[in-house]
Write a protein that binds this ligand. Structure first.
Ligand code: PEP
Ligand code: MG
Length: 557
């Protein structure tokens, strides 16, 4: 038995054969050619072949997955036809008399290096795209099939899954993912969490000879067991069986409202980051979308999304959710979500810099485009607007001014929108939490972003593994802030929700309910579990436990 350890990216246990998707990055050898003109022709034919394959892929993806994924292949097609890329390959073949495979691969490596050295995750991710394009080209030149196709259920192991690989295989056959590279935000991790299957990332080198071996992936612990011994297998499968039994028992709660024993309604919503995730939220029985991270719209094409594109995205999500409320968080760029072309500058401390609402207020045209798109969508689906990283009431006032401007413009243009669109804020800075009573009069709702609230309260970078010990577990300072925010919302008569990771921890549900939290927004696969926790709670008991003086009448004090 071999155990490969990585980082946990999506919980769960699965057993199956290991499919090493990219056994070796295609090693292309350099050879001399006698006829560079013929070699150039060969390259051009391969390019045309790949181009038509990509067109077919774009069409298939658009039909079966969605517009966003189709856009990724549009980018690949653009790269394929990029003049500089083409010229570099052709000159290398012509002047160095090398084989086309080598010219393609060397050009792609150079380009990928340039992308990798650029700042921002978006540009770095383009390196994977250019490798994807080069791989298709070299395989076409070598006459190989360009995709990996699954024919049976497998655990997928890859260096890191490119968008092309992710969309090409049959997802019903993916039992889990393990990647050598990657982080929580890699394609495979995000996909696994949304699909509710186990995933391990950053596992280091996976020996290609493991291909086809019987394995067990444990996403809860971040491990892959290759050829597990009988005892380990028994233990892991027992844990798997227990969690399956549990999932089956939760199915009984489907189509129920989330109501406490004493009749208090708590909304269990889902967090999504992409239009297609709405499908998982709907299937997961979410009562709405509590956090639609709109950043993805800004990340996918390397350019600002236009009003029309955004309008369609928000409307589509609302429609996919069957008219349930969707809370769209306006652009939260910067810090851990860098978007290269927005060019926030090289800040020494991006988490404390010009990010989220600060960036939007400093780039009002950009913000107005998003607000107009949101209001336009509100005429068709139930949209609520939420501002990220609010620190004080001035930011809310300024943002609402732009909301009014968007509405005035649409009114003047005769474009329909809902006048009743609710406006809320993320409470994710200690400043906003402490002053929640002062902010409440300006908004319709609060949503507590515990991920950032924790990092700013304990002054520990949420992505820095050496300070994770400060950000994990029950943090009393954060509990007090949540409690304060909930009570301020209750007193002001506005609703308060939690949409950070803590919302998905059932051991905290009672605490949240005791503190006037009425909405919990969690990954789609966690909705039923949190609904169960709500249904097991008696809000009066919860209040007695966590907030006893709230039950006392004035004369008792
Ligand atoms: C949060 O900060 O808790 C949150 C939900 O937003 P994000 O994780 O996108 O910063
Ligand atoms: Mg946040």
């Amino acid at each position: 038995m071999e155990i490969i350890c990585g980082k946990k990216a999506s919980s769960g246990i699965a057993e199956g054969e290991l499919y090493v998707a990219r056994k070796e990055r295609g090693k292309v050898t350099r050879t001399k050619v006698d006829d560079p003109a013929a070699e150039t022709e060969k390259y051009r034919r391969a390019r045309t072949k790949v181009s038509s394959e990509l067109s077919e892929l774009i069409k298939r993806t658009r039909e079966t997955v969605g517009e966003d994924e189709a856009q990724i292949f549009e980018i690949h097609k653009m790269m394929l036809w990029d003049e500089d890329f083409d010229q570099s390959i052709v000159s290398m073949i012509r002047w160095q008399a090398v084989n086309a495979e080598y010219a393609v691969s060397a050009t792609a490596d150079n380009l990928a290096r340039i992308f990798t050295e650029m700042s921002g995750d978006y540009m770095k991710a383009r390196a994977a795209d250019i490798h994807d394009v080069a791989k298709r080209l070299t395989e076409a030149l070598e006459g190989k099939d360009e995709t990996f196709r699954l024919t049976a259920p497998v655990i997928i192991a890859a260096e890191d899954l490119t968008p092309g690989e992710t969309v090409n295989f049959d997802k019903d056959l993916a039992l889990g993912f393990i990647t050598e590279l990657g982080s929580d935000n890699s394609h495979s991790a995000i996909l696994a969490r949304t699909m509710g299957i186990p995933a391990v990332v950053a596992a280091g080198r996976i020996d290609p000879s493991f291909h086809g071996k019987r394995c067990i992936i444990d996403g809860t612990e971040g491990k892959l067991y290759v050829d597990p011994d009988p005892m380990t297998r028994r233990l892991l499968l027992k844990r798997k069986e227990e969690s399956e039994k549990r999932a089956a028992s939760l199915e009984a709660l489907r189509n129920h409202l989330s109501v406490t024993k004493d009749g208090k309604r708590i909304k269990v919503y889902a967090n999504i980051g992409d239009i297609n995730d709405a499908k998982y939220a709907y299937e997961g029985d979410a009562e709405g979308i509590g956090l639609f991270r709109s950043e993805f719209l800004y990340m996918k094409n390397g350019a600002l999304p236009g009003e029309e594109e955004q309008f369609n995205a928000y409307k589509t999500v609302g429609e996919k959710m069957g008219g349930r409320e969707i809370i769209v968080r306006t652009l939260d760029a910067g810090a851990d979500k860098q978007i290269g072309y927005l060019n926030a500058g090289n800040e020494a401390n991006p988490a404390l810099g010009l990010r989220a609402i600060r960036l939007c207020l400093s780039r009002q045209e950009l913000f107005l485009t998003q607000l107009r798109a949101l209001y336009r969508a509100s005429a068709y689906v139930k949209i609520s607007i939420m501002f990220p990283m609010i620190v004080n009431k001035e930011e809310i006032i300024e943002s609402k001014k732009l909301c009014r401007l968007a509405m005035e413009q649409l009114r003047a243009e005769g474009v329909p929108f809902s006048e009743h669109t609710k406006i809320g804020i993320m409470v994710e800075t200690p400043a906003a939490a402490v002053c929640a009573d002062l902010l409440a009069p300006y908004v319709d709702f609060f949503s507590i972003g515990t991920n950032d609230l924790i990092q700013y309260t304990v002054a520990a970078d949420r992505e820095n593994p050496s300070v994770t010990y400060l950000t994990e577990g029950r943090i009393e300072a954060v509990m007090r802030l949540i409690s304060h925010v909930g009570r301020c919302a209750g007193a002001a008569g506005i609703r308060a929700g939690v949409c950070g990771e803590l919302a998905a921890d059932p051991s905290l549900t009672e605490f949240f309910i005791a503190n006037d939290i009425t909405e919990l927004s969690v990954p789609p696969s966690k909705v039923l579990e949190i609904r169960e926790a709500v249904m097991k709670t008696d809000s009066r008991e919860a209040i007695k436990k966590y907030y006893p003086h709230k039950l006392q009448k004035k004369e008792d004090v």
